[in-house]
Design a protein around this ligand. Structure first.
Ligand code: ZN
Length: 411
């Protein structure tokens, strides 16, 4: 495992500035490409799984968090409130209360359930400056969050579907070695008191984990303040574990916000909220991807997918043309011309780029390239058309292999 803080700076992915502040990294263009590809992946996967996306503001009135329970159970992690026109507003510590209000803003029938609401939205955590560094402990977080409002009978199915979404995402992202944890309340924690609800939620999640066949460990003291959760844990370079993905069952917030739907009997019923994050925070997910892949991202995530290397000045026009065609085909391509040094030096410089297309006199005359793959394989005399089609297929299919469509690793 690599250290994402060092690699992030070396590869120009992100950085920080004392004047912006600790725990507030900014994203450089190459890092922004990775983040954008990841966010698009998540939105597409969610759309396919029946989620609809919303946007909600990063601020809310203090009263909102008093109702949700964050103020009583979570305020140590929240930023202090701001006085504004005689009111107090706070930077939000989660997206759930906003989503509960969006649900509440319209009447709902049982026919609309399960109603799946997703957002990649900003949230804030008042981390102490001592633990800040890189992308893993940040104060401004972009969260991949979603809430499924459903009936009690639908909870297990929705939690199972969320777990499937998580496993598929880990496979597509090349994340291996994740560990599953059933996070339960422990002694002394700030949990909402409702023993019957905790028992039922724990039962449901246990059932889902057992049915999914994954190995898991039950750990006390790791639950959310409003309910138990399934956490998918990954380790960083120093062996520290953190939660990447999560599925939670919540009876508390629907109660707090008085959420309702009209049942087949014409009466009002209370939905359950299933909270789930496929990649958790975008910051932590990218940090983990940097460490897991050592900067050699899968082709579909790579900041630059194809580098074009003309052997000499004579092939420069052909090289420029290939870059233009690649961009036109939707690929991320760059030119590394002879002014940047010897061919060998340029190849070393581009060692993390999945596809390195060398253009000599013969290739230029044939409309072909001599292709080098990042993993050391060489494919001589590939036609330009064939090259673009293949890279496009690898990226669109999110193949783990750079050239052959193989069987993806088991989830
Ligand atoms: Zn939530």
């Amino acid at each position: 495992m690599h250290d994402h803080r060092r690699l992030g700076r070396e590869l120009d992915l992100f950085d920080t500035d004392r004047l912006i502040g600790a725990g507030l990294p900014y994203w450089l263009p190459d890092g922004a490409v990775v983040r954008h590809a990841l966010e698009e992946y998540v939105r597409e996967a969610e759309r396919r799984a029946g989620y609809r996306h919303v946007y909600s503001p990063v601020l809310g009135k203090r009263e909102l968090y008093e109702i949700s329970g964050h103020w009583a159970h979570y305020s140590e992690d929240m930023f202090p409130p701001m006085e504004l026109g005689g009111e107090q507003v706070v930077l939000r510590p989660s997206l759930c209360p906003h989503h509960a209000l969006i649900y509440r803003s319209r009447p709902h029938s049982y026919r609309e359930l399960p109603l799946r609401m997703a957002e990649l939205g900003g949230m804030f955590r008042a981390e102490l400056s001592g633990v800040l560094g890189g992308l893993t402990r940040v104060r401004a977080i972009q969260l991949n969050d979603a809430h499924v409002f459903c009936t009690l009978e639908q909870v297990a199915g929705e939690a199972r579907a969320a777990l499937d979404l998580i496993r598929r995402a880990h496979r597509d992202l090349g994340i291996t070695g994740a560990r599953y944890r059933l996070s339960l309340p422990g002694p002394g924690g700030k949990y909402v008191a409702a023993p019957e609800k905790w028992r039922r939620a724990t039962e449901l999640l246990t059932e889902v984990l057992n049915a999914s066949g994954v190995e898991y460990e039950a750990v006390e003291g790791e639950a959310a303040f409003y309910g138990p959760k399934i956490d998918v844990q990954v380790a960083d370079g120093a062996g520290r574990e953190s939660t990447l993905s999560t599925v939670q069952v919540d009876f508390h917030q629907p109660e707090q916000f008085g959420l309702e739907y009209t049942g087949p009997d014409g009466a009002k019923h209370r939905p359950v909220m299933v909270h789930r994050a496929v990649i958790g925070s975008v910051e932590r997910a990218v940090a983990h991807l940097i460490e897991q892949h050592g900067g050699a991202f899968p082709a579909w995530l790579a900041p630059v997918q194809l580098v074009v290397l003309p052997v000499s000045e004579a092939e420069l026009p052909h090289a420029e043309q290939l870059v233009a065609r690649s961009l036109e085909a939707g690929l991320r391509a760059e030119l590394a011309g002879p002014e940047l040094g010897s061919l060998g030096a340029r190849i070393r410089q581009a060692r993390l780029v999945p596809y390195q297309a060398v253009l000599g006199a013969r290739e230029a005359a044939d409309g072909a390239v001599a292709l080098r793959l990042r993993d050391g394989r060489q494919v001589p005399g590939v036609s330009v058309d064939g090259l673009l089609a293949r890279i496009g297929a690898v990226a669109a299919g999110r193949w783990a292999d750079l050239w052959e469509e193989g069987t993806p690793p088991a989830p």
